[in-house]
Design a protein around this ligand. Structure first.
Ligand SMILES: Nc1nc2c(ncn2[C@@H]2O[C@H](COP(=O)(O)OP(=O)(O)OP(=O)(O)O)[C@@H](O)[C@H]2O)c(=O)[nH]1
Ligand SMILES: [Mg+2]
Length: 282
């Protein structure tokens, strides 16, 4: 669930330290990002923390993104030499995909161990990502039980549990949670749109206007087919059309509050379509 921004300063150092501890115990990292915003849902600190360990990027919520654009993102990561996989984490039956990708990713590591005459032990991984991207969903699905539940309670490090994935891969059952970075306002808006940060941080009006403007340019069909209203130059005017059409009124006036909330909810629930809000070369 989205958390308030106040969470950031107090817990950040502690979270980072815990993460460093956990990272010491693993050979590779599964980094989850949201397929709708694969760039903005990245945690910049992770690069620094993970350093040279192999990394598998899982783009979650593939079912909520545009299929062709997700394929382009996967392509992009591949050309950058980064292993990536897009999944609907709620659908299950992806364990083999993860195992296969992990084996490929760690092939050089296994080779190295063999060359040194070390008998290969199971490779260990941990799941990392910003809030709400699907870390617990992935871990629980792979574990076949509610393993990731206790992630945020103190003292979990005392009883580390490993989940077996195939015969030679193990997964730490506690995920590493790191906050995204709001390098610019648009990143914050996108994170709020997908529900990764609390609604109190970004005003609903800003969010609705941003989304309306973007959709008008990139997905005019949303207004033509779904809302059946004309697109105006000013996003606010387009939104007013929706309010009139839907009868979002209060004492004969347009109820802006209700309008903005309803519009955002339509987007978050994918009622008016599935969208990928950014591309590698944006
Ligand atoms: N449609 C869809 N929903 C998903 C997917 N992955 C996760 N979810 C949903 O997204 C929400 C957040 O998932 P979690 O697994 O709790 O995310 P998390 O990363 O553990 O979140 P924190 O513990 O808050 O950091 C839940 O409602 C999940 O059901 C996916 O691939 N598709
Ligand atoms: Mg979780």
């Amino acid at each position: 669930m989205a958390r308030s921004i106040q969470w950031y300063p107090g817990h950040m150092t502690k979270a980072k330290r815990q993460m460093e501890q956990s990272l010491k115990m693993v050979d590779f990292v599964i980094e989850i990002r949201d397929a709708r915003i694969p760039f903005s849902s990245k945690n910049p600190m992770l690069d620094e923390l993970v350093k040279n360990k192999p990394r598998l990027i899982v783009l979650s919520k593939k079912d909520m993104a545009e299929a062709e654009k997700t394929a382009e993102w996967i392509n992009y990561f591949q050309t950058e030499g980064v292993a990536a996989l897009a999944l609907d984490l709620t659908a299950g039956r992806y364990k083999n995909d993860i195992v296969k990708a992990s084996r490929q990713l760690c092939a050089p590591l296994i080779e190295k161990q063999k060359r040194r005459g070390i008998r290969p032990r199971p490779l260990r991984a941990m799941v990392c990502g910003i809030p709400n991207v699907g870390k617990s969903t992935l871990i629980n699905a792979l574990a076949g039980r509610k393993a990731a539940q206790t992630a945020n309670k103190p003292g979990v490090t005392k009883s580390l549990q490993w989940i077996r994935l195939g015969k030679d891969i193990e997964l730490l059952d506690t995920p590493g949670v790191l906050w995204p970075k709001f390098e610019d306002q648009t990143i914050g808006l996108k994170l709020a749109l997908i529900g990764s940060i609390n609604d109190t941080i970004v005003p609903m009006d800003d969010l609705a206007l941003y989304a309306c403007s973007w959709l008008g340019q990139n997905h005019p069909e949303v207004f033509e087919d779904y809302y059946q209203v004309p697109i105006h130059e000013q996003p606010y005017d387009t939104l007013q059309e929706i309010a009139r059409k839907r009868g979002y009124l209060k004492k004969g006036e347009i109820d802006d509050d209700r309008l903005m909330k309803a519009f955002i909810k339509d987007i978050r629930d994918c009622r008016c379509g599935t969208f990928t809000w950014e591309m590698p070369n944006d």
